[in-house]
Design a protein around this ligand. Structure first.
Ligand code: ASP
Length: 723
């Protein structure tokens, strides 16, 4: 697309404002231009500069990318940070043993000295962002061939990044927005010393487990607390005993005032990925082919893990994070299929495409530019969906918590290659593998893995056409006549990769020949060759075509809809969503109110069911009605609330703010009926679920007796109910 055309489109878009305050994940830098008037009309009391500023401390200084895929926010001037329990889960699990089981019992550091370091965990703070589209596209022309275009863009980006971080210790990245029609430079400061401060027991932080996940009404106390440490100059530093709590430029005041239906609310965080502008072909592929297959195989893996976890607390410790991570996607896909169907999403997209095609047909210039978009989509998706499926399914089976010992064997491929080349890098590679192996066996149980092996090998044979199956799998299938149960014990006995001692012995005296003969290594290598030699090259060429087509289609949609403001798909950059606290109709005659309470927790209490076993201490507080200043108007403890903010994965842990910019909640999920909002937001049913901040305060203060943490927060607002 010509640069002039894009500028014209963006200019046109700037003249208009979004009509409603619900759908959209907005760029903080552009709030002033596009959103602030509507936000203020809807009750917001502050300015765009209070949200994002490079001249003064603003809210953006208090919102962080937590690890790689969650959001967190500062709630004290001493680097105290809140995120979800499910975002801190991996860290809490890594510190847990059967003797100190913080997942089960919770953890509260009574002093800074007791806070627990988490090597590898980072917290990223946005310093500033800038539209660099013109600089990225410098020298790019319409008729340039694709590889030249890409090379030029990459070279421009390298220059922009280098200039941005000159003389600083910041990190810079240029990210495409609007599917490559616009580019922003993102400059970050990354902190590496992040310590665990507190977490409620899983019976609170994960209350309701997978049964309640993605569902409203909800009663999960999904939070954990961390603290960011810095060196004496308040700069990022790796862990050191003399690091000090980081002093953020801004931290959120914490509101005791609570929420009511209709209140203005906004969510500021790092949404991961949405696909709002995709063609119907893509939605159909996901809904009818990809998600159903993923649901089936994940469902199988999860049920095996759950059965084994229920039998043995050690297995629970080892597998809980894995099964939880898998179940999150699994359940979401089920909800997505249902909500896409309920909305007739494919048909709606097709109707839009018809309208779009009619608009294209109005002018020869449009026909020239956009006339072939849908024919090309049809042709690409014809073969794309098979490749897409083979790619993800092969990984599910062999490399990501499927047959785990096979996945482990796959980690040795590079070492085998280096050994056969007699490459001096081998020692380094062995060291790398060693550290992986330690973590692997901490969370591994061969008897669980055997069950997983049989299940995923069966499913692979049923779901992947023979021409796309890994050759070593086919050989194994033939040798056991498809009865993997009959050979599993022998295989696990024979393979090196099912036993920590054998793997360690191999690592201390590496023998590539031996590895090459291992049945699991043979499987892993064959699957990986299939992916690398056949599937991925084809997939990449499809993706390259799709990328170009998506960019064109996005530009065309913006040209067609030049009377409205578009928001870019989520891409793990900082965004603002705003809307109102509100309930919804879930189905005929069923209205879901906006708030849940501790009474609801007690209604679900069932010591027989792991996910609903309310801790005694919480039961006691409930019985005594010892709620302090955290209660609702009618004397209950608020637990969660919903609003129509447009959020997605990655928004987990985001601050939910009121009209004054005070934190009223912590975002952690979405309601089932509208969960397809990553693809199509549904104003009637898309609701984000937040933990009410008063429940957090109540738990810290009354349940954990860690009121000293509240002392470092800035509490504001009148409590609804005073004891
Ligand atoms: N619960 C979600 C997640 O962890 C957050 C969301 O998608 O709304 O991914």
């Amino acid at each position: 697309m010509k640069k002039q055309t894009l500028t014209a489109i963006l200019l046109l878009s700037m003249l208009s404002v979004p009509a409603v305050a619900d759908e959209g994940m907005w760029i903080p830098l552009l709030i002033e231009k596009y959103n602030i008037s509507l936000m203020q009309e809807n009750g917001f009391k502050l300015t765009a500069e209070d949200i994002y500023s490079i001249n003064k401390a603003s809210m953006k200084d208090a919102v962080v990318l937590f690890g790689g895929g969650c959001t967190g926010e500062f709630i004290s001037d001493q680097g105290l940070l809140i995120t979800n329990h499910h975002c801190g889960y991996g860290s809490i699990q890594r510190h847990s043993t059967l003797e100190h089981d913080y997942l089960t019992d919770g953890f509260w550091a009574a002093s800074h000295e007791e806070e627990l370091p988490n090597p590898g965990l980072t917290v990223t703070i946005l310093k500033y962002m800038e539209d660099v589209t013109d600089r990225v596209l410098e020298g790019v022309s319409d008729d340039m061939d694709d590889s030249k275009r890409e090379a030029l863009i990459n070279a421009n980006i390298v220059k922009i990044n280098a200039k941005a971080i000159e003389g600083t210790d910041y990190l810079a990245a240029v990210r495409p927005f609007f599917l490559g029609n616009q580019y922003f430079l993102i400059v970050n400061e990354v902190f590496q010393d992040v310590r665990l401060v507190g977490a409620p027991p899983s019976a609170i932080g994960k209350f309701g487990g997978d049964t309640d996940n993605w569902v409203w009404p909800r009663h999960t106390g999904d939070f954990s607390l961390f603290r960011v440490y810095a060196d004496k100059d308040n700069k990022p530093a790796s862990w050191a005993a003399d690091n000090v709590p980081y002093r953020p430029a801004y931290h959120f005041p914490v509101s005791l005032a609570g929420v009511k239906e209709g209140d203005f609310t906004m969510v500021f965080g790092y949404p991961g990925r949405t696909q709002e502008y995709a063609p119907s072909h893509h939605i159909r592929m996901l809904k009818d082919v990809i998600y159903p297959k993923q649901v089936e195989i994940r469902g199988k893996k999860i049920s095996i893990m759950e059965q084994e976890m229920a039998k043995d607390p050690l297995v629970r410790l080892k597998y809980s994070a894995k099964s939880f991570g898998m179940a999150n996607g699994w359940k979401k896909w089920i909800g997505e299929i249902q909500s896409l169907d309920r909305m007739n999403a494919v048909e709606r997209k097709q109707a839009f495409e018809k309208e779009f095609a009619a608009w294209v047909a109005e002018e020869p210039e449009r026909i020239r530019k956009y006339g072939e978009i849908f024919d090309q989509y049809s042709e690409i998706y014809n073969s794309y969906q098979d490749l897409y499926l083979v790619n993800i399914y092969t990984s599910e089976v062999f490399f990501s918590s499927g047959a785990e010992a096979v996945g482990l064997a796959g980690r040795f491929m590079r070492a085998v290659e280096l050994a056969s080349e007699k490459n001096t890098e081998l020692d380094k590679e062995i060291e790398r593998v060693k550290s992986y192996v330690t973590g692997f066996f901490r969370n591994y149980d061969p008897s669980v893995d055997k069950k997983l092996f049989v299940a995923v090998m069966d499913l692979y044979g049923k779901n992947i056409a023979p021409e796309w199956q890994a050759p070593a799998y086919k050989a194994l299938y033939t040798s056991c006549r498809g009865d993997f149960g009959s050979i599993v014990d022998k295989l696990y006995e024979k393979s090196l990769f099912t036993d920590e001692n054998r793997v360690n012995a191999l690592l201390s005296k590496f023998d590539a020949k031996k590895v090459r003969k291992d049945p699991f290594y043979i499987l892993a290598q064959s699957a990986s060759e299939l992916l690398n030699d056949r599937v991925r090259p084809e997939l990449t060429s499809h993706n390259t075509r799709l990328e170009k087509l998506n960019r064109l289609y996005m530009a065309a949609q913006m040209e067609q809809g030049s009377d409205r403001v578009f928001y870019p798909d989520a891409n793990s950059t900082l965004r603002l969503a705003y809307g109102k606290v509100m309930g919804y109709d879930s189905r005929d005659a069923v209205y879901h109110r906006h708030q849940t309470t501790l009474t609801g927790v007690m209604e679900k209490d069932n010591p027989e069911i792991y996910d609903y076993d309310v801790p005694d201490r919480l039961r006691e507080l409930y019985e005594k009605k010892d709620f302090g200043r955290y209660a609702t108007t009618d004397g209950d403890v608020p637990v969660c609330f919903i609003a129509n903010n447009h959020t997605t994965g990655g928004n987990s842990g985001s601050p939910v703010l009121n009209a004054e910019g005070h934190i009223i909640g912590v975002n952690f999920d979405r309601a089932w009926e509208g969960v397809a909002s990553d693809i199509m937001y549904n104003p009637k049913q898309s609701r984000n679920i937040s933990l009410d901040i008063r429940y957090v305060l109540f738990l810290i203060d009354k349940f954990a007796g860690a009121g000293y943490l509240i002392d470092e927060m800035t509490l504001v607002g009148e409590p609804q109910h005073t004891p």
